[in-house]
Design a protein around this ligand. Structure first.
Ligand code: DQA
Length: 150
């Protein structure tokens, strides 16, 4: 069984590699995507990648995921902490959702400790650096399988 997984990244993640590398590491978003594709191949999953600095783009892609994706992996970046609109969009998606944060948001400033998205996420991965995306893909294929057979 092959699953289609949407991997959605929010604002400023287009600058991975240049952006605060001590927090987010040295890999670019393209490097992360390549690594995710390798992981997905091992698990016979297909990926579609999206990144935008605009909240409405993320919402539109979450809506599109309802039509074709088995699961959604999302790093909403700063919108995690502010966006009820992204939470509402995710509420309309019926499959598993994994929220990824490259850094451990709980060891950072107080305003990063709360994520609206976590309320709807099936699971949250934070603090594993960009490796968190690969972990999410592996676990997402498990979650999709569980939903199909249960
Ligand atoms: C982030 C954490 C957020 O607080 C921050 O605004 C980001 C990235 C992370 O991946 O660690 O842009 O989501």
């Amino acid at each position: 069984m092959s699953y289609l997984i949407y991997v959605i990244n929010g604002p400023n993640l287009n600058l991975l590699g240049q952006r605060e590398p001590e927090l987010y590491g040295g890999k670019t978003l393209r490097d992360v995507e390549k690594s995710c594709i390798e992981t997905a191949k091992k698990y016979n999953a297909k990926l579609k990648f999206f990144q935008s600095n605009a909240e409405h783009d993320l919402i539109d892609w979450i809506h599109a995921s309802r039509e074709e994706a088995n699961g959604v992996i999302i790093n909403p970046a700063a919108f995690s902490h502010t966006s009820v609109a992204i939470l509402d969009a995710l509420t309309l998606f019926e499959g598993p959702i994994i929220e990824v944060h490259i850094s451990n948001i709980h060891t950072r400033e107080n305003f990063r400790h709360h994520s609206y998205v976590s309320q709807k996420a099936t699971a949250v991965i934070a603090g594993f650096g960009t490796e968190g995306y690969n972990i999410a893909i592996r676990k997402m294929t498990d979650l999709c399988g569980q939903l199909k057979t249960s």
